[in-house]
Design a protein around this ligand. Structure first.
Ligand SMILES: [Zn+2]
Length: 289
């Protein structure tokens, strides 16, 4: 749980952590396929590539990918407005640090000779990166539960603790057809506003944005979980007033306020992200090459 996890990150005594982590030894962290930083690349870019490739694998791990479609983008550290994206045609499980493609805000490839991207897919991402430089990473999904909730008039209900975590960080964007129309970018950015992190794209999917890659991942993961919980609850009992219970409004506000205590931390999601990197390593995932 994001709120609880964020609290634990601060509160958990070091002695309660596994000794391998407590002592800073994480032998499972790197795979045998890990590659050295290429000569023409900064350490910061390579680390972003490794983390972004790991994020693709994690999204696939939880079934949040959609064949070769949807994207996760991340800003390359540095003065240039450059971004990393999956090559068009690869499954998420095939994305690695070195095959990620570097593009500019127009979606044009920076390094000649690299694989093509899906330019239409970058339309949603590029406008967020341009308008909100505080958001380093943008994850877009087409999951069944996310789309199902996006089709519901009331959107994500303040029904579960998980849904309440993000209550004030969620905006909505109306469907305008496939995201090929550049003029839609203005409306999408307006719906994201200055402080939202998540957009529920009506009739389409979800968008989760983070100040870091781990933050975007943890927000994507928990908003997806909240959507799954809502759809499952509705499938069991119909709707509100038909056997479903919402927490009292003051409790909704309290839960969100408690969770927001973690949002100020730039390390949000890092502990969970590192744990999942260790799972990837145990599975022999070759994302670091
Ligand atoms: Zn989409």
């Amino acid at each position: 749980m994001f709120g609880e996890g964020a609290g634990l990150q601060d509160a958990l005594p070091a002695t309660q952590l596994p000794s391998r982590i407590r002592e800073g030894k994480q032998p499972m962290q790197r795979t045998a396929q890990a590659a050295a930083v290429p000569a023409h690349m900064t350490d910061a870019e390579w680390q972003t590539r490794v983390d972004l490739a790991a994020c693709y694998r994690m999204i696939a791990m939880f079934g949040l990918d959609d064949l070769i479609y949807t994207h996760i983008s991340a800003r390359v550290p540095g003065p240039e407005e450059h971004f990393l994206l999956n090559p068009f045609g690869l499954l998420y499980e095939e994305v690695t640090a070195s095959n990620l493609v570097k593009v500019d805000l127009k979606g044009e490839i920076v390094d000649p000779g690299t694989d093509p991207i899906n330019p239409a897919g970058f339309v949603i991402h590029s406008c967020v990166h341009e308008a909100r430089p505080d958001l380093t990473c943008v994850i877009h999904t087409h999951t069944v539960a996310g789309v199902a909730v996006s089709c519901q008039e009331e959107g994500l209900l303040p029904m579960t603790q998980t849904a309440l975590l993000y209550r004030d960080l969620i905006g909505y964007h109306g469907y305008e057809g496939l995201a090929l129309n550049m003029s839609e970018q203005e409306r999408l950015v307006a719906d994201l506003g200055a402080d939202k992190h998540i957009l529920i794209l009506r009739n389409h999917g979800l968008l989760a944005c983070g100040r870091t890659i781990p933050e975007a991942f943890i927000m994507c993961y928990y908003v997806e979980q909240a959507c799954r919980m809502q759809v499952a609850a509705q499938a069991g009992r119909g709707g509100v007033g038909q056997g479903l219970v919402l927490p009292p409004e003051e409790v909704q506000a309290l839960a969100h306020k408690q969770a927001m205590g973690g949002i100020g931390q730039t390390a949000l999601g890092t502990r969970e992200f590192d744990a999942l990197k260790r799972r990837l390593a145990r599975q022999g995932a070759d994302y670091e090459r």
